[in-house]
Ligand binder design. Structure first.
Ligand SMILES: *Cc1c(COP(=O)(O)O)cnc(C)c1O
Length: 426
């Protein structure tokens, strides 16, 4: 088989079934091209992308500026490893730290690696700066969290599918209910040797669960009062997705970091991935100030590909695009419009219970049991009608289009979604 041979959708699915591990259950659509908010399947049918690769493609598919930065750098120098310096990494580190307002960046590749990095830094900080006895550090996490797929990270998941038969599990994590500041306070009072609190400002994989407006502020205050690190996993929520640069920015609409802003709940460690590259390339990283980041010394942590020149070029351009195209503002405006239109529909619907979210990270909850196939069937019908979305947790459908969408396109999508849902009304 020639590598460039064009496959039909049927053949492509058959190949994955036969030769690939079955670790995903994809919607049966085979995509072969993307541009902006659109993707095309192998037969040329056009779709609106309403997943954005789990919010990695915030800047839209194949953004010309990002693709150009990537290909130019790929022709020049791709990988040196960190055994040597390269002339792109320092530029990226300066750019990213100024962009997000931290002293230092530790670059990695995937989200899970960045979460692992933050966990390691937090523990090391706890032993070396806080004097917690060796091996005793605990990190508080939240029920229904999603932070990735490594053995340590799934150790503190409560998703049976993600956990079962992957033990023995990594100790050192304490789980408390999300959106429950009292439970967190109690855990901080009763648990010994707490080093940090790891949190998603909005739980994406759990079904776009948005906590009360004051919850993240309370988490930060409790962390400060107890001298533990406040660690924000913004891999899915960050980089304009929720209508501000970061979800921890609260209702701030500025495009940068503004520490004076009262709504900004600045984390001690910020974890980014996904849209950090606009979906062009795996780039992730952890941002922190010197006091925390400097616990990592040469030889103590690393990654062969982390901070490679292509990643650096791609990430800088991807972040520049977010600013130049006002993507946070656009996500905020279109998100409000989307929820308003969906609420109009829901007012006379029996099949949809509610819409929730922030910016362009939204979900609808289908009025059926979690083990029903209704949400999947709706996604199949949406696919037929030219819009791609995926259920999460059985009866929830996440809606997260690229942030480069126009108002006209969004209204077109609302039309597709509502007319599809109508067919499922009882
Ligand atoms: C996607 C995601 C991760 C994991 O990122 P990968 O690149 O898939 O390893 C971690 N945390 C959150 C909140 C995510 O949404």
């Amino acid at each position: 088989m020639a590598i460039l041979e064009k496959l039909s959708s049927k053949d492509a699915i058959a190949l994955e079934d036969k030769y690939g591990a079955h670790n995903y259950h994809p919607l049966p659509v085979v995509l072969s091209r993307g541009e902006g908010v659109f993707m095309w399947d192998a037969e040329g049918k056009k779709y609106y992308d309403f997943l954005s690769a789990y919010s990695a493609v915030n800047q839209g598919h194949c953004h010309p500026r990002i693709v150009n930065a990537m290909t130019e750098q790929a022709k020049t120098l791709t990988l040196t490893s960190r055994a040597f310096y390269n002339d792109m990494l320092g530029k990226f580190e300066k750019y990213a730290t100024e962009y997000f307002g931290f002293d230092k960046l530790l670059p990695m590749n995937t989200g899970a690696e960045a979460v692992e990095t933050a966990i390691k830094i937090c523990r090391k900080w706890a032993y070396e700066k806080k004097g917690i006895p060796e091996e005793k550090a605990k990190i508080i996490v939240f029920e229904n969290n999603f932070h990735g797929r490594t053995t340590t990270i799934i150790s503190f998941s409560n998703d049976e599918g993600a956990r079962k038969n992957f033990g023995p599990y990594t100790p050192g994590f304490v789980k408390v209910p999300y959106n429950d500041a009292d439970a967190l306070q109690k855990a901080l009072e009763t648990e010994e040797n707490v080093a940090g609190v790891l949190i998603e400002p909005i739980q994406g994989e759990a079904g776009v669960f948005r906590p009360d407006a004051d919850f993240i502020g309370k988490v930060k205050s409790l962390c400060n009062e107890n001298g533990v690190l406040f660690i924000a996993d913004e891999i899915q929520t960050g980089i304009a997705r929720t209508g501000s640069l970061l979800a921890v920015c609260g209702d701030c609409t500025c495009q940068g970091h503004c520490e004076k802003q009262a709504t900004y709940q600045r984390p001690d460690m910020l974890i980014l991935g996904k849209a950090l590259s606009g979906g062009a390339y795996p780039v992730s990283g952890v941002l922190a100030d010197d006091e925390v980041m400097n616990v990592i010394k040469p030889g103590q942590h690393g990654s062969t590909f982390g901070g490679n020149p292509v990643a650096a070029a791609v990430a800088m351009e991807a972040l520049e695009v977010v600013r130049d195209e006002n993507l946070a503002q656009n996500a905020r405006n279109l998100g409000e419009l989307f929820r308003e239109k969906m609420n109009e529909y829901i007012a006379q619907s029996t099949i949809v219970k509610l819409v929730r979210g922030k910016g362009l990270l939204n979900a609808i909850v289908i009025n059926d049991t979690e083990d029903s196939s209704t949400a999947w069937d709706i996604c199949m019908a949406l696919k037929e009608n030219g819009l791609l979305a995926k259920p999460t947790h059985g009866n929830i459908i996440r809606f997260a289009p690229p942030l480069v969408m126009t108002e006209e396109q969004l209204l077109d999508c609302v039309q597709i979604i509502t007319s599809t849902l109508k067919k499922f009304e009882k």
